[in-house]
Write a protein that binds this ligand. Sequence first.
Ligand SMILES: Cc1cc2nc3c(=O)[nH]c(=O)nc-3n(C[C@H](O)[C@H](O)[C@H](O)COP(=O)(O)OP(=O)(O)OC[C@H]3O[C@@H](n4cnc5c(N)ncnc54)[C@H](O)[C@@H]3O)c2cc1C
Length: 393
Amino acid sequence: MKPRIFSQGFSRYNVSSIGGRLLTRSPQFHTSSSSSASASSASASSASSSSSPPPRSRRWVQVALVTTAAAGIGAYIRSEQGSGSSTLSPTRFTPYYLVSREPVSSSGSIFTLQPPKADGSNRAVYEEAWTTGIWSVMFKQPQLQIGRDYTPLPSTSPEEEEDECLRFFIRRDPHGEVSRYLHNLDMGAPIEVRGPRVECGIPPNTQHILFVAGGTGIAPALQAAHTLLRRTDQTRKPRIHILWANRNRDDCSGGINDTVVVPAPQRSWFFGRSTPPAASPAPVASPLNQTRSLIVRELEALRAQYPGQMTVDYFVDEEGSAIGKQAILDFTKSVGLSSPKPSQDNLILVSGPEGFISYMAGPKLWAEGMELQGPLRGIIKELDLKDWAVWKL
Ligand SMILES: Cc1cc2nc3c(=O)[nH]c(=O)nc-3n(C[C@H](O)[C@H](O)[C@H](O)COP(=O)(O)OP(=O)(O)OC[C@H]3O[C@@H](n4cnc5c(N)ncnc54)[C@H](O)[C@@H]3O)c2cc1C
């Protein structure tokens, strides 16, 4: 999740726009299968690509396009019908207020923001985004006039929903302009917010998601879990497996792995260096008396709400554990075994620092003022998974 710079106009990130106002991206998923749309060049893999994808890829494109466009239009209309400046809008900044900041680790906190008026107008905007998939909003730093994107966390209480609050897990970058600014704000301070912006629609037929998250990349993973699992009904039980890598145990304290993790040759994506293979297996359990971080508790609450449908494994850089090919294969193979027929309904999402995304799935690219997916590379490409579409966040 590399920073995007705030711009007054909308053309810069205008991958998919409605009436000139940017609302959504139009995802063209990679498929890992070597026989399908696995991109070999930036242009072939970009959202703006004009190349014609093979049938499976095209189905994904169509579904994702329809879903994201519909949600975008809905969100836009609702926001414009809303009660003036108290309703979140993708076309202008709305003042929210910081009402709480709870530490999650030494470097990250959960921020709760409240709109000036809770008249119900925001609920429809949020709901549209939650139904669609993974979304973000932009915060403005008023002195420097720069903006950064942040990912709302699923709500954990009815009061929060009643007050139309949004919550965010934000890491303080000691040298970062906006994250430092946010961590230094007093309670009650105004924060200008613009959105929603759909980063990746989760197609309605998605059955399985493997979410590979690094650091604050866990926020979109929580979103994906929330959106996918609420589609559960009598006939349909979608599943999500999250692989979450962090620098320090402190970032995910109390997290207990759901599967036995085989140690991978360690590579520190966070600091951009490789180190020799870890000598000992990744821990599968944390000390019982270890405090569970807020994010770990939220993951566990979601898992408890949907038994058997959500699993999480934790990887900690300082403990010598890293996400390797085996951790990915363990899940993709389990899906292959449990499904009567392989399907196109499987999605791998990758989110985290730039180096992490590059290592897992190849770098994203910038071209003509737009951020593009770039070709599928990294260990996911090497695995040559059949029937899995890939999206880098
Ligand atoms: C869609 C999306 C969703 C996101 N969601 C979240 C989220 O939920 N939570 C979260 O914490 N983050 C999230 N991010 C990341 C977030 O948007 C910011 O990028 C992050 O907070 C850092 O911003 P900053 O202004 O503090 O740092 P910046 O000022 O942008 O600096 C970032 C780093 O770059 C270095 N740097 C800056 N300028 C230079 C330079 N000239 N040369 C060399 N190095 C330089 C700084 O030292 C710093 O370490 C998301 C990003 C995206 C794109």
